[in-house]
Design a protein around this ligand. Structure first.
Ligand SMILES: *Cc1c(COP(=O)(O)O)cnc(C)c1O
Length: 392
């Protein structure tokens, strides 16, 4: 249901986000959308539902302002909000016919990778993992008329490799498949996958969209209201994996500062990447913003306004030195997740377990909003402390 807005058509994404699309509550004039906890709605005297809402699973109005804003920011036709990023991503795969052939990246968000591979083992999907940065590999993996979905994540966890959305979406379409991009780390501030030809864009809104590490949420936005979208919508409303009203309200609040947060985080990440690349204890910095990064040229074309707040470093001395570095930080927080206001450092291989494709010397860094000088000094001191290669 649309609400009145004072904004003229054509205002920019920053304006839409900061002003909650110009929301004004028609009765009170409130400028902040309300929370509606009701799970059920009155019938009309004739037994109908003339006001359009029946029950809270399909019909909670609190979800509408953030969903509409995401549709606008992504340039999509419609957005669904889910209880988590995983609920959003798995809804897309559950919407496919059983046994569908899907193409996924070799290294990407590990929780989803594990879920898809398990669905493959159980015969629910036929899964092919490829290096999606390599277009020839994607072309070879596609089975025309048989492949239903190509999944991309870019820049992809935790190596921050960059895939060519426009080229992969084109290849997928030639084979009769849809292309969905997990754009969690790029955010609509930096990349607009639908404008590049993707059919769907998914976010773990737990990360940058909410931005404060206090809400689990996910979203899927579609370019067109087609048959696949009808199927995803059915998973959402019948499967019930939707966002609760309080979480939706917090997400709406977080989205107001999205542009300011992401731009600050990009600036700090770029500075940290450059300085860490020159640090004697660092073997390599993985960040598409660095000119020497293999994904840099593509990222410079595909992303606008920055290269993201996420980077990884490979520490000299292997896994023990990496663990010792993570143990020695005092400003960075040693915790999983990403995209919040506080900077996080994380040793991925040890949380992902023995099947992880991530190197043991890698530390993933989520740049927050602290002073970049403090962030660098803290990390440099921790790297120095790791020199012995032993855990304190
Ligand atoms: C966190 C994350 C997910 C999963 O989202 P949840 O909200 O934790 O369920 C999916 N993709 C990426 C890139 C993520 O970082």
């Amino acid at each position: 249901m649309s609400s009145p807005s004072s904004f003229p058509p054509g205002v920019r994404p920053e304006t839409l986000a900061a002003g909650a699309m110009g929301f004004e509550e028609p009765v009170s004039g409130a400028l902040v959308p309300p929370i509606a906890p009701a799970t059920t709605y009155l019938r009309d005297p004739d037994g109908g539902y003339g006001r359009g809402r029946i029950y809270g699973r399909p019909d909670n109005p609190t979800l509408e302002p953030p969903a509409r804003l995401l549709s606008a920011l992504e340039g999509g036709a419609d957005t669904l909000l889910f209880a988590s990023g995983m609920a959003a991503a798995t809804a897309v795969f559950q919407a496919l016919e059983p046994g569908s052939h899907v193409v996924i990246p070799r290294v990407f968000y590990w929780g989803l990778r594990a879920w898809i591979l398990e669905a493959g083992r159980r015969g629910l999907l036929r899964v092919e993992s490829v290096e999606t940065t390599d277009l020839a590999a994607v072309r070879a993996a596609l089975r025309p008329g048989e492949t239903r979905l190509v999944w991309l994540e870019t820049p992809a966890n935790p190596l921050w490799s960059v895939s060519d959305i426009a080229a992969v979406a084109d290849l997928a379409h030639q084979a009769g498949a849809a292309c969905c991009v997990d754009s969690t780390t790029a955010t609509p501030v930096l990349t607009r996958p639908l404008a590049l030809g993707a059919d769907l864009v998914m976010h773990s809104a737990t990360k940058y969209l909410n931005g404060h590490a206090d809400v689990l949420a996910g979203s899927v936005t579609t370019a067109t209201d087609d048959a696949l979208w009808a199927s995803i919508r059915a998973v959402h409303r019948q499967g019930g994996a939707l966002l609760g009203p309080f979480e939706a309200w917090l997400l709406g609040r977080g989205l107001r500062t999205l542009f300011a947060r992401v731009r600050w985080q990009c600036e700090s990440a770029l500075e940290l990447a450059g300085r860490l690349a020159a640090h004697p204890r660092v073997e390599a910095v993985l960040y598409p913003g660095l000119p020497e990064d293999p994904g840099h040229a593509l990222a410079a074309r595909q992303m606008s306004g920055g290269f993201g707040g996420m980077l990884s470093i490979r520490v000299k001395g292997g896994q023990d030195a990496a663990m010792a570095t993570a143990a020695a930080v005092r400003v960075w927080r040693r915790a999983t997740s990403l995209g919040g206001v506080e900077s996080l450092i994380e040793h991925r291989a040890s949380i992902e377990g023995p099947t992880s494709p991530v190197p043991g010397d890698l530390l993933r860094l989520s740049t927050g909003l602290e002073a970049v000088e403090d962030l660098y000094a803290d990390l440099a001191a921790a790297l120095e402390a790791s020199r012995s290669g032993t855990r304190p």
